[in-house]
Design a protein around this ligand. Structure first.
Ligand SMILES: NC(=O)c1ccc[n+]([C@@H]2O[C@H](COP(=O)([O-])OP(=O)(O)OC[C@H]3O[C@@H](n4cnc5c(N)ncnc54)[C@H](O)[C@@H]3O)[C@@H](O)[C@H]2O)c1
Length: 254
């Protein structure tokens, strides 16, 4: 029996990168996946690929920073599938669109604000949009994507690291608010993952450095974090909430 048979799970930022790997992994476990992404064409492309493999999926063009968009995302899911079992808050300003990697005093204020709007407010808005449907069925799984950078502190990305620390704050506080409704809220903190086809020499050097710091000495790829997402969306994690799982090949140990 597949672990997520017929569960309806929304993946924000699911059209590309690691989000796409979450969608594929959840679908393989039997879930009906909703690909909620700013990039409609990429979301449609993924839904077509999933359908070819026999999976039921839906693409919804969504800007997670926009409250009305997140309400539409939840409604479109309910219209199509009649329920919402899970939400993976994966969308972020990170690579697509690319954030600036500069000393903190050079971060444009507008970029700081947009990044917070997507990476932090977006998580709040998406949770707010789906929780009523979860409460109605007295069950739900929310998975927030943070980052290992929060724990070791990364230079030249102050807005990003701050936003991902905020994601952990949301995870812990929301877990306390929603526990009585049997809704779990957990976070995954990946390490540096190679998730783009084009090679950036600066990131290559960074990756070589990270690789040395890991207990498991190889490059981290999107599929390395999919198992954690499946676990947090499945019944196997029903008594685990408010936690942050670091999935980085043992670079950091808690
Ligand atoms: N790649 C890594 O090394 C790494 C490491 C740690 C954490 N993470 C986190 O994992 C997640 C995915 O990383 P990635 O490398 O695949 O990111 P990415 O930048 O490659 O992809 C992000 C996806 O989100 C979508 N998106 C961006 N803004 C959006 C918005 N406002 N509304 C809806 N969708 C939007 C994009 O279209 C894209 O499909 C992010 O939250 C990132 O912060 C990544």
């Amino acid at each position: 029996m597949s672990r997520l048979q017929d569960r309806v799970i929304i993946v924000t930022g699911g059209a590309q990168g690691i989000g796409r790997a979450y969608c594929e992994g959840l679908a393989r476990e039997g879930a009906k996946v909703v690909v909620a992404d700013l990039e409609r064409a990429h979301a449609d492309d993924l839904v077509r690929a999933l359908a070819k493999d026999g999976h039921d999926a839906l693409a919804v063009r969504t800007d997670v920073a926009d409250a009305a968009d997140t309400e539409r995302m939840a409604q479109a899911t309910l219209d199509r599938f009649g329920r919402i079992d899970g939400l993976i808050n994966n969308a972020a300003v990170f690579q697509r669109p690319a954030m600036s990697r500069v000393p903190f005093e050079k971060i444009p204020v507008e970029e700081w604000d947009r990044l917070m709007a997507v990476n932090v407010r977006g998580v709040f808005l998406c949770c707010r949009a789906v929780v009523p449907a979860m409460k109605a069925r007295r069950y739900g799984k929310i998975v927030n994507i943070s980052s290992g950078t929060v724990f070791y502190g990364a230079p030249n990305a102050l807005h990003y690291v701050t936003s991902k620390a905020g994601v952990i704050g949301i995870t812990r506080s929301l877990a306390r608010e929603l526990g009585e409704h049997r809704i779990t809220v957990n976070a995954i903190a990946p390490g540096l993952i190679i998730s783009m086809d084009d090679v950036d020499p600066a990131r290559d050097a960074q990756n070589a450095q990270r690789l040395q710091a890991r207990a498991i000495k190889r490059t981290e790829v999107p599929e390395d974090v999919v198992g954690a997402a499946i676990f947090f969306c499945s019944a196997e994690s029903d008594f685990i909430t408010g936690q942050t799982l670091v999935a980085d090949g043992g670079a950091q140990m808690h």
